[in-house]
Write a protein that binds this ligand. Structure first.
Ligand code: AMP
Ligand code: FE
Ligand code: FE
Ligand code: ZN
Length: 296
């Protein structure tokens, strides 16, 4: 493939909690001047085929991926998995368990919100989540906006949906140490998403990342909107010490997240080349392959 210059490795479509269809997302990526875009919906690959078709037409390289909701030492940690075989049985099984956990959590969240006087039910949330495979708190947030309870998603999280708030309910998430092995076994390349985003940076420092690297972690998402400039430099230095790949991305959610425009952070071409090399190697070892879609 010709040398790509603008690379965004983390985006969401309406198959999870973004607002663009996979095809629209890919076309928006092309319009934004991106050469490479990765579709990384939460816990699902259902958007891949539509995105791949659009990528060929739009002349964009599509890297198929997903963002898997995991736990690290009992706290949420998001793991980006690039180019895994979605038909790998254990990967499929875990994704199914996560998505079922999402579905089961919804009635409990609505019940808790009704207890504090907010007249919300599952149908109202489902109406905000058409086409979604991975139902989440963002859709509950959208329903709260539609009800006029809050002005936007962020306010819904702050007041009702974050841990410790009245509408919060835990759901199933696999431990990242197990998921790293599964992603590798599926021929994929695991990269930890926004490790210092919403959580306390002390939760995952150099030692912790080194431990995950031993289990197959290939890279760290350094350039992310939830990381302040100083944090990015600290994290970049740690990645350099450990020899982890460094990625940057928008974590675009359409209109679902402000200040996450496509291409607002990007990944260096040499880092993508290394990532694709790792994917080829992982696929060879695992006997599985999910090729990136290259423009015709
Ligand atoms: P869930 O996976 O359903 O528990 O929801 C988590 C998702 O909600 C994350 O992946 C983000 O996209 C979004 N999210 C989490 N916290 C916030 C927040 N404080 N404000 C807005 N969106 C958030
Ligand atoms: Fe999200
Ligand atoms: Fe995330
Ligand atoms: Zn994301």
């Amino acid at each position: 493939m010709s040398v790509p210059v603008r690379i965004d490795l983390h985006t969401h479509s309406d198959r999870s909690d973004g607002t663009d269809s996979p095809g629209d997302l890919v076309r928006a990526a092309a319009a934004a001047g991106l050469d490479v875009v990765a579709l990384t919906d939460h816990d699902t690959s259902v958007g891949w085929d539509e995105a791949a078709g659009a990528a060929v037409e739009a002349g964009v390289v599509l890297v198929r991926g997903m963002e898997i909701s995991c736990l690290h030492a009992g706290r949420p940690l998001h793991l980006l998995a690039y180019l895994p075989d979605p038909d790998h049985p254990r990967l499929q099984g875990e994704l199914r368990r996560i998505v079922e956990g999402r579905d089961h959590r919804l009635p409990a969240m609505c019940a808790r919100l009704r207890q504090i006087g907010i007249p919300i039910d599952e149908d109202q949330v489902a109406a905000q989540a058409a086409g979604t495979a991975a139902l989440g708190r963002p859709h509950v947030a959208d329903a709260l906006v539609a009800l006029g309870v809050v002005a936007h998603r962020d306010e819904a999280f702050e007041r009702f949906l974050s841990p410790g708030r009245p509408g919060y309910v835990r759901r199933y998430a696999p431990d990242v140490t197990a998921m790293l092995g599964i992603v590798r076994d599926a021929g994929g390349v695991p990269v930890v998403a926004h490790p210092w985003g919403r959580t306390d940076p002390s939760a995952l420092q150099e030692e912790g990342l080194a431990g995950l690297q031993q289990l197959g972690l290939a890279g760290v998402e350094v350039d992310h909107q939830d990381h302040a400039p100083r944090r990015r430099e600290e994290l970049r230095a740690i990645a350099g010490n450990l020899g982890l790949l460094v990625t940057g991305s928008s974590d675009y959610h359409g209109t679902g997240k402000k200040d996450h425009d496509l291409g607002c952070n990007t990944t260096a071409p040499d880092q993508l080349e290394l990532l694709l090399e790792r994917a080829r190697e992982a696929a060879r070892v695992a006997g599985r392959r999910t090729p990136e879609v290259v423009r015709p």
